[in-house]
Ligand binder design. Sequence first.
Ligand SMILES: CC(C)(COP(=O)(O)OP(=O)(O)OC[C@H]1O[C@@H](n2cnc3c(N)ncnc32)[C@H](O)[C@@H]1OP(=O)(O)O)[C@@H](O)C(=O)NCCC(=O)NCCS
Length: 176
Amino acid sequence: MIAIRRATVDDAQEIAAVHITAWQETYPGIVPDEFLKNLSMERRTERWTASLSDPADLYHRAIVAEMDGQVVGFSNYGPPQEKDSGFDGELYAIYILKSVQGCGIGRMLMTEAAKGLLELGLNSMLVWVLRENVHERGFYERMGGAYVHEKSIVIGGKELVEVAYGWRDLSRWRVG
Ligand SMILES: CC(C)(COP(=O)(O)OP(=O)(O)OC[C@H]1O[C@@H](n2cnc3c(N)ncnc32)[C@H](O)[C@@H]1OP(=O)(O)O)[C@@H](O)C(=O)NCCC(=O)NCCS
């Protein structure tokens, strides 16, 4: 039984746990092992607590997916992190535990984020994904995202490339 709902500050710890586990499941061979090993539950929980408790924080709008009362995935969204992105909204992140991927949760979390952006009056959406994360790119393409551009980013001392996918008109977002 999957429940999708708006996250509150009480979810900070469970979101942090999914965030870290999903990084460790998704990025081996892409992000340096040392960086993945040192992800701190305490620091990540502090960051989520700060974001979710502050309506002025860019990252405070989050959606969680629960299975049997436990958070198994989340997404968060809001205005773009970079002003000149050419899009008026952004999906900052979407992570789902490997054990429950492929059950439709990704689509539900993206749909809620798209609806949330529309409610804010933001009509388009951008998302950044590591170029080497081929699985995630396939998902965004399946969801109708179009390649926009690329930029370089450094994670754990390693230079990587991020690709942006965009949806120009969220009013055309299809739920099914
Ligand atoms: C990518 C991810 C969000 C997808 O979520 P999911 O719950 O597994 O996806 P869903 O089951 O909702 O799939 C929705 C649709 O996309 C399709 N799809 C999913 N992954 C796909 C892929 N890699 N390539 C092509 N299509 C894909 C599904 O077949 C499904 O299509 P359908 O609705 O027409 O049947 C999830 O697997 C994940 O969290 N991955 C790791 C985290 C990550 O890389 N995050 C990026 C940081 S921004």
